[in-house]
Design a protein around this ligand. Sequence first.
Ligand code: ZN
Length: 468
Amino acid sequence: MPNAQKGKIVLRLAPYPSGPLHIGNAKTYVLNALYAEKYSGKLLFIMDDTIGSEEKSIAPDAYKLIPDGFKWLNVEWDGKIIYKSERLAIYYKYADELIKKGAVYICECPAEKLRECRAKGIECEHRRQSAKETLEKWKLMIKGKFKEGQAILRLKTSMQHPNPAFRDRVLFRVSERSHPRVGKKYNVWPMLEFSWAIDDVLLGVTHVIRGKDLMMETEMCKFIWNIFGWPAPTILHTGLVRLKGVKLSKSKAQREVKSGAYSGWDDPRTWSLQSLARRGILPHAVREFIADIGLNDNDVEIPVENLYAINRKLLDPAAHRYSFVTAPIEIEVNSAPKIKEIKVKLHPEKEDEFKKIKVGNSFYISKKDFAALKGKEVRLMHLYNIMLDKFADFTSQENKEIPRINWVPVDFSVKAEVLMPDGVVVAGFAEKNCEKLKVGSIIQFERFGFVRLDKKAKGKLGFVFAHN
Ligand SMILES: [Zn+2]
């Protein structure tokens, strides 16, 4: 990393609290954390809780969910969490200085006119305001004399800047909405980029790793640092990462959690870190997945299977194997050898860990297996071979090359449900041994996939699917 000296760098985590961290936005935070660790630097946690907007509003739950997500990821920050909503006086102070320098003005143009002037590169009459006039209007603004949309504090970047969006950008605006932490104490709020420009310097941040989507904001910060004559932190932009196979919509998640259509912020469809934890994805897998992407300039599309592959590599050596049958139908086996109980290895490579399965002559098998293999000879895994039918005949015990199917003894079964990543619940029966598992155990259902035991109720177990 450029300009990085061991023990001397300061990075920051600066999440906007509109919801928990999720697999999409965790990347830049983890990269900042990984570099802080690598260079034995400091890592600050700055909650970017400015007022936001109607479309990007604060979710009060996020104040807890975000730190919990960092803790889960083993991302350790230094000191206490710093809240932007407690720093308004500081932002106002630097706004005053910009006013005195004649670098800003209060613009009262209606939104439409502002847009038009920007598009055409025309300066509005407010730009010619004297510093004294700006200061007077600014004071009125702080006092609440302007309604939302009636006045904004704009920075004189240039109305002829090649990028229309950069033309005299907004630094402060009026918001009459209530803030979850400070209520209606303030009615003038800074834009995030202004708060970054001030805080990154005041808090001694030396390096910022952020997405390429914030390049214009970086330009804005540089513009402001220039006015104050402050040295600029090193800013590194990473390419954007799209996760193939993940439908991520934070606003949809927020809506569905609120409406109750999702079970909560740990519903798999939110893709929050909480939901990954609930599925049995290990924090180490998420860190490794992000470290593999690394500091990359290019936009990339990465299949979520890569995350699963890392997680599988971590789980596979130890996860115990159990039997689970979905969409079950019952079969009965005739003339089978009298076997009361079998001993089966809990893991194919572990010679000393066993479970016992009580065997009768009635079994649940999946409808799918039944439909595909009816009338053929199949092996009931770990048990014996049968000619598959509703009333099946035992054939032999020889372990030969024939299709193998899962089964759960009817008299040694427990109802089980598996919540899938798309929100669908798959119901069936698991072997009764699963009743002894603790909530939080991550196991593999043979020929189904890795699952985490999420809840235990009387006579019914609830699992969440990780991946196959
Ligand atoms: Zn104007």
